[in-house]
Write a protein that binds this ligand. Structure first.
Ligand code: AR6
Length: 177
């Protein structure tokens, strides 16, 4: 079994292009198509994604996750999770963000997902501070892989340069860019 760190990968780019078993979507609690990564995933997957979501779910609470097919995406599944709307950090935002990552990983494991790609949940429209979000994301994924010994490759896909630099610092502190 590989070490936990060797199963965590950093990618800069567009998550809709990822050839993985599952991509994670940063959705809203109504599961309505929005902007950011959510809009990109819906556009790339096609309308069937929205129809399946609406057929099966009325919504998704912050910190929880639901799964659909990936349709026109290279990924077999989309796992839709809802991050916290940032207020001031004293309204349970950290816990909800950790729970969004954890719920997504649990759902992935139940569906025998061997590779999963995460966007930087909460750090766009929902305004979660990027460094704090990255620390929570990495810690939650590491703990999950350690605890479950899941045979899963995890990709952090950073779309913006700021997030990419932050993740690079945290994951590869001794490698210059
Ligand atoms: N691939 C990977 N990451 C992306 C892409 C992409 N194609 N496009 C944007 N990002 P956001 P949130 C990054 O706003 O903060 C939506 O309207 C982006 O750079 O998508 O959780 C939903 O419907 C940022 O780092 O999600 C909700 O209403 C990250 O994705 C709300 O936004 C997350 O930014 C959720 O807000």
């Amino acid at each position: 079994m590989n070490t936990v760190s060797s199963r965590i990968h950093l990618v800069k780019g567009d998550i809709t292009r990822m050839r993985v078993d599952a991509v994670v979507n940063a959705a809203n609690a109504q599961l309505n198509p929005g902007g950011g990564v959510d809009g990109a995933i819906h556009r790339a997957a096609g309308p069937e994604l929205f129809w399946e979501l609406k057929r099966k779910h009325t919504g998704c609470a912050p910190g929880k996750a639901v799964i659909t097919n990936g349709y026109r995406l290279p990924a077999k599944y989309v796992i839709h999770t809802v991050g916290p709307v940032w207020k001031d950090g004293r309204h349970g935002e950290d816990e909800v963000l950790a729970s969004a990552y954890r719920s997504s990983l649990e759902l992935a494991l139940q569906h025998d997902v061997k590779s999963i790609a995460f966007p930087n949940i909460g750090t766009g429209v929902y305004k979660f501070p990027k460094t704090r979000a990255a620390q929570i994301a990495i810690e939650t994924v590491k703990n999950f892989l350690k605890e479950t010994q899941a045979d899963m490759e995890v990709y952090f896909v950073c779309f913006d340069e700021d997030n990419y630099q932050i993740y690079h610092q945290l994951l590869h502190p001794f490698n210059p860019n």
